[in-house]
Design a protein around this ligand. Sequence first.
Ligand SMILES: C#C[C@@H]1N[C@@H](C)[C@@H](O)[C@H]1O
Length: 437
Amino acid sequence: SIALEHGSHRLGKRTDEMMQTWRNYGLGQFIHWGLYAIPGGHWEGKYYGGAAEWIRSWKDMPNEAYDELYKEFDPQNFDPRAWAKQAKSLGAKYMIITTKHHDGFCLWPSEYTDYDVTNSPYGKDIIGPLVEAYDAEGIDVYLYFSVMDWNHLGYRSKLETEEDREAYEGFKEFTRNQLLELLDLYPTTKGLWFDGTWDAAWKEQAAFADKLETEMREKIPGLIIGSRFRPDDYGNRHFDSNGDLMGDYEQGWERKLPETFEDTKGNDWDCVMTVPENQWGYHSDWRGHVKTSFELIEMLVKSVSLNGNFVMNFGPDGQGSIREEETKLAAEIGDWMDVNHEAIYGCGYLDWKKQDWGYYTKNRETGKVYMVVFNRPLNGALRVKTPSKIGLEKVYSLKEPSVTYEPEEVHKDEYFIHLKESKTSKGPVVIVIEPTK
Ligand SMILES: C#C[C@@H]1N[C@@H](C)[C@@H](O)[C@H]1O
């Protein structure tokens, strides 16, 4: 193996309580909110087809015009308690909020820049009330932080000249100051979700990032930081030059999902997912495919079945309202979670042979197995192939436990479970197996 000073610092999974809690979340809520919500994907009457939170990089939008938007930020509809209540009814166990996206505008009162909410007409901290409201609902809060910062004069995507390097030293100090400031201001934060760390300049900062990650972990013991923060000695990210995972879980599944358990390399991971194809910040004109609640529920169940967490994105508008499409989805998914959350919370991968009808999840504590059925076979018979010597004595409907099943053994250790569930159920039905040795 390659000698590394700043590669992965731990082989295997974290087993402490904070990480176990993270592992058992199942469902999270991402919130992308900032100045980009004001133009909402349009500028001077023109439609911008890219991701709304990247509109500053659009050739038709002058940077100067974007950088003036903070003078319009006055979200009078912002109601953190309402957002937290909605997240509770969705069934989210944690929430990740953009404290600062690539544009550099800070949703908290930062001592280290004037480009923050206190200098907008709104004038007040956004992050604090959100942390408070979500803590009150028992939903853990994680802070999204973009290292890439288009507003800071010392930011560089690459370091080519001596001047670049000098400027970047100031930017690194600024970045460290803001991160330690966030942890001081919001000490109930359970973790940080880093982004904007793909630049060549940042990939040269293995030692700096390593030291800073250690400092942050010392400030809040147990802090959870994914694989997208640190580069290793050779600029490799997510996995170091020996192929070992950086950070506490893999943060590479953005708008995509692993297909098989092998794809996850046996690591913890999260999938962060947009409702449209590629809109994180508010865009007033969603085009292309917008996911239904059934699609999102399937992504959630698939994530949990492969030991991951699924994080659904919300992009509030420029006035601080959650758009109606997201409210509708939150209600539909929440209704399904009300009945079926036992198959999600505290569950993970089961090594039984994957079947076409859907996914298995297994509760890590009770050992109960959940069959989440998305594709009803025409003959209504769900095939189950168990490792030998496992019996299926107790099988019943999660929604109506009085509806029990007697599996028909069709081959050795292979059974048919004949569906009795009414076809009217909204979303996938769940059948519980209490396997006995
Ligand atoms: C690219 C990119 C960024 N990563 C996602 C999580 C969003 O923040 C998007 O802007």
